[in-house]
Structure formats: C-alpha cells, structure tokens
Design a protein. Structure first.
Length: 341
C-alpha cells in the first residue's frame, strides 16, 4: 500500500511539473508575441521609447495606438479561448465555442443594425456607439440564456437556442448587407470579420469588468474538473452544480459580449485553442483554463501582427486571419474525432 501511494504521488508530481513547463512555455510564447507586436508597424518605433527620447509622433504611435491594441489583443484572445474551454465542459462537446450559443450573433446583429440606422438617419455615430450596441445585443442574448439556465432545460436547450439565434441573426444580416451601399457594406463586412481598431479607441474603464470576469473564470478549474465527471458525481463530491452552472454561463456571456463589442466577430480562437491543448497536454481544467488564456492571447496577438503587416495600404480583418488558420485545424479535429470514435 505504501509503495502504491508513493507511486501515485510520484505520478501526480510528474504531471504537475509537466503542466508547469507547459504554462511556462506558453507564457514565454505570449511574451515573445507581445514584443513582436510592439515592434511591428509602419512607424519604426518599439521598446526604445521606454529609455531614450523619441519624437512626439513616435510617442503617440507607441502609447496611444500600438500598446493599447496589443493589450486588447491579449485580453480578447484570452477571453475567447477561455470561454471556449469552459463551454466545452458545460455543453459536454469538445467542439463547442462562444459563437455556438448565440452571443456573437446577437452582438453582431445589434452592431450592424445600429450602423444601418445611423446611416439611414444621417447620424454621426461616435466611435464607441458600435461597441455599446454590440454589448447591448450580447446582453439581451445573455439574459435569455440565463433564463433558460435557471429553468434547468439542460445543455441541449442552450445549444439549440444558440443555433436559432445564429440563424435569425444571419437572416437579418443578409437583408442589411443586400440593402447597404458600398461604403456601408465595407464597414459591415469589416465589423463582422473582426477588427481591433474599434476597442483600442475606448477608455480603459471598458476593460475592467472583462478583466475581473477573466480572473474569476481562470480560478474555476478545480470546480470544472468535478463538473466534467457529471452532475451526479460532482454533487457527491460536494459541488453545487445547479448553482455554479448559471454563474459560469454568465461569465462566458459577459466575456464573449466584451470581445465582440471591442473587436467584432472573431472565429475559431475559442474552438481550436482549448481543443488542441487538450489533445497535446491533457484535459485537467485546473491546467487547461490558464493555458487556454495564455495560448489564445498569443494566437490573437500574432494574428493581429499578420493582419497589420500583410497589406501596405491597410490591414486585413483579424477574423479572416484566424479563420484561415483555424479552418484547416477544425477539419483535422473533426476527422481525428471521427477516426477515434
């Protein structure tokens, strides 16, 4: 018995060291991505602004444009990947992601409706108006999801609700895109494919609720490990699943709403990142949640560098970059899942 306990302790310790190495590696990857983002751009200014005098233009580019955009990419990427990891446990579906439950669809529909209404009425919309509309649309869907969760209709009802919202939103968006003029059409498409240019112009106070929700969600790994065993087993181990589930849904909805409001619709980050980490490093949520946040942040920062550097005269929609990278991986995951079944 003593030998068996020692063997289990050694195995657990080796697993913990392995998880720490993964987290250290992901942290270093994120740090390298942030440094690359801060150095990339048309204006040749980087970290030297911290220790040597530079022009007023270079100061403005670094502190008002490049640094806020990089930090926003970190926060949005971490939020989307973390939400995907949590949803894959809540819905018992390893291919779940934030857009699956309708939050992104509701937010994008509200944003495009606001842009269309402002264009038709000739209003001059402030730069924060689209973000506020997207957040309001996401909150409407969040309230409906919370009502469903309180009625204990189960994961299937949440999933079907998200599909229905997505179908309805896509139908309305199709009408709006068809009726839009050329200038509005470009703005609509850029919003629907994601851009960090919206959120970087907003004050940092917009970020605080998302940061608090992100920190709380990262700390729920132990409870999610119990929840992954099934509600009955989790209840036997002392977890109140019926009380925890609505809180997790609310945190996921708020982070997804923030991400869409700040950067538009960005796909595949919440799907690919946690699933790949689960395949490569294991599925313990105590490790997977912080690892997903680090990897998602690094992925979106690198995608933003590609979006900014690919075109000389402008930038690509960041959602187009993540979808281009994520679609082949998604197909591979589907094929691998079917082969393992």
């Amino acid at each position: 018995m003593r030998g068996g306990a020692t063997s289990l302790s050694h195995l657990f310790g080796a697993q913990q060291r392995r998880y720490r190495r993964w987290l250290l590696g992901l942290g270093l990857m994120l740090s390298a991505a942030v440094l690359l983002s801060l150095q990339s751009g048309a204006v040749g200014v980087g970290l030297e602004v911290l220790w040597q005098p530079v022009s007023a233009l270079e100061q403005q580019v670094f502190w008002q444009l490049r640094l806020p955009r990089t930090l926003l990419a970190v926060l949005v990427g971490a939020s989307l990947a973390l939400c995907g990891a949590v949803l894959q446990v809540l819905l018992h579906n390893p291919l779940a992601e934030p857009g699956l439950i309708g939050i992104s669809s509701g937010a994008s529909l509200a944003a495009v409706l606001t842009l269309s209404l402002a264009g038709w009425l000739g209003w001059s919309l402030p730069h924060w108006g689209v973000s506020l509309a997207a957040f309001a649309g996401a909150l409407v869907v969040t309230v409906l999801l919370m009502l469903l969760a309180r009625r204990r209709l189960g994961q299937g009802a949440l999933l079907l609700f998200g599909v229905a919202v997505g179908i309805f939103a896509n139908a309305i968006l199709t009408w709006l895109l068809y009726l839009a003029d050329d200038a509005s059409l470009r703005t609509f498409l850029f919003w629907m494919m994601g851009s960090l240019g919206y959120g970087q112009r907003l004050s940092w106070g917009w970020w605080l609720p998302a940061i608090l929700a992100l920190l709380w969600l990262v700390r729920q790994g132990g409870r999610l490990d119990l929840l992954a065993l099934g509600e009955q087993q989790a209840r036997l181990l002392g977890l109140n699943a019926h009380r925890l589930r609505p809180r997790l849904v609310l945190a996921v909805c708020l982070l997804t709403a923030f991400s869409v409001a700040m950067a538009g619709v960005i796909g595949f980050v919440g799907l690919v990142v946690p699933h790949l980490l689960r395949l490569l490093a294991g599925g313990r949520q105590r490790f997977l949640l912080p690892a997903s946040a680090l990897a998602g942040a690094a992925l979106l920062v690198l995608a933003d560098v590609v979006a900014r550097q690919t075109l000389v005269t402008g930038e690509l929609p960041i959602g187009a970059v993540t979808s281009t990278l994520g679609a082949p991986v998604f197909v591979w995951l589907l094929v691998k899942r079917h082969a393992d079944a």
